[in-house]
Write a protein that binds this ligand. Structure first.
Ligand code: GYE
Length: 329
């Protein structure tokens, strides 16, 4: 009898927990679907939330800030329990995020941070260190050019920037501009936004190739723009990866493939896989834990055609061909 009671109690508890789990609703305001990185980020977070048995309310803003503001207000009206948010640009969020605060919905910031983070309340934040990624792109380039005996040669560099006003773009530009002058032979001759997409990366590279006589290096602030630029370079009768060295950022599988094919040279890692952090955070918030407000940056690396190039102090690149099979996105 006692045993039966224990079993019944366990069952009631388990059912209670399950009911509780499915009672959690998470609203996720995503930027859009501009890149392979973004697709991997969406798939990772959505499938992890659903695997917990939680209810997901997903909104794809198609790169439009007004759509994101509308989605956040809808989440408030629906009374979701948690909000996951990454903003397409960094400004213009204060009013709506304060509304989220007033509704007392815990806000989890992922990926790109809003510039009002100091004046709103958020539970925790997980994102990339974009300035450091930019520094790494420039450092790899300078060191690689030295390693192939072109450290003294005047090198013309062009830069494809990400979405204007996105902190992923602003930060990467800042980091690149900080480190590039350390290599006196590297001259930045043009920079323009390719909006983090293949199509725009290709179009802007086409115009660079028309207006600039000699381009030696392309710094593409994400892999997708670098991959788009490969087509423009081929169309101009040049050999990507040889005539023009291409350095990307994100480390998506398509970039590994291009590096292995010899058409791209390096990519700096920025992980899109935040779900382990986010799921753990929600569970801890459910348990009443309070986080400190530091943004957590998951560890990042650099993958290239040769391996062994210093891309940050004391950190050496890994040859993409050696690890391509491990890359899932
Ligand atoms: O690099 C790019 C994406 O915010 C880190 O956004 C993210 C960037 C990523 O579109 O591919």
């Amino acid at each position: 009898m006692k045993r039966l009671l224990t079993v019944m109690l366990a069952l009631v508890l388990a059912l209670g927990l399950a009911a509780n789990a499915s009672a959690i609703t998470v609203g996720f305001s995503q930027i859009g679907q501009e890149s392979d990185w973004r697709t991997a980020n969406t798939d990772d977070l959505c499938s992890a939330i659903e695997a917990q048995g939680w209810t997901l309310v997903y909104d794809d803003a198609n790169q439009q800030q007004p759509n994101q503001i509308r989605a956040l207000r809808n989440f408030i009206t629906q009374g979701v329990d948690y909000i996951l948010f990454t903003g397409v640009v960094s400004t213009g969020w204060e009013e709506v995020l304060k509304e989220v605060n007033e509704a007392e919905i815990p806000l989890i910031l992922v990926d790109r941070m809003p510039d009002c983070a100091d004046v709103i309340d958020y539970a925790c934040a997980f994102g990339g260190d974009f300035v450091e990624e930019g520094r790494r792109m420039a450092r790899w380039t300078g060191e690689y050019m030295k390693s192939i005996g072109r450290g003294e040669e005047e090198i013309n560099v062009v830069m494809l920037e990400g979405t204007t006003g996105a902190d992923a773009a602003v930060g990467r530009t800042e980091g690149i501009l900080e480190v590039l002058p350390e290599y006196e032979n590297l001259n930045l001759v043009a920079q323009q936004s390719g909006n983090f997409t293949r199509a725009e990366g290709q179009a802007v590279m086409e115009s660079f190739l028309k207006s600039i006589d000699k381009i030696d290096v392309l710094l593409a602030q994400n892999d997708d723009m670098g991959l788009g630029a490969i087509d423009a370079i081929k169309a101009a009768g040049l050999v990507p990866g040889e005539d023009i060295i291409i350095v990307g950022c994100d480390s998506v599988k398509a970039a590994f493939e291009a590096i292995v094919a010899g058409e791209m040279n390096a990519t700096i890692e920025c992980t899109p896989l935040y779900s382990p952090f986010v799921i753990d955070a929600i569970n801890r918030l459910e348990a009443g834990e309070v986080f400190d407000k530091t943004v957590i940056h998951p560890e990042e690396g650099c993958f290239d055609s040769v391996g062994g190039i210093e891309y940050a102090e004391g950190k050496l690149s890994v040859k993409a061909a050696d690890v391509i099979d491990e890359r899932v996105y």
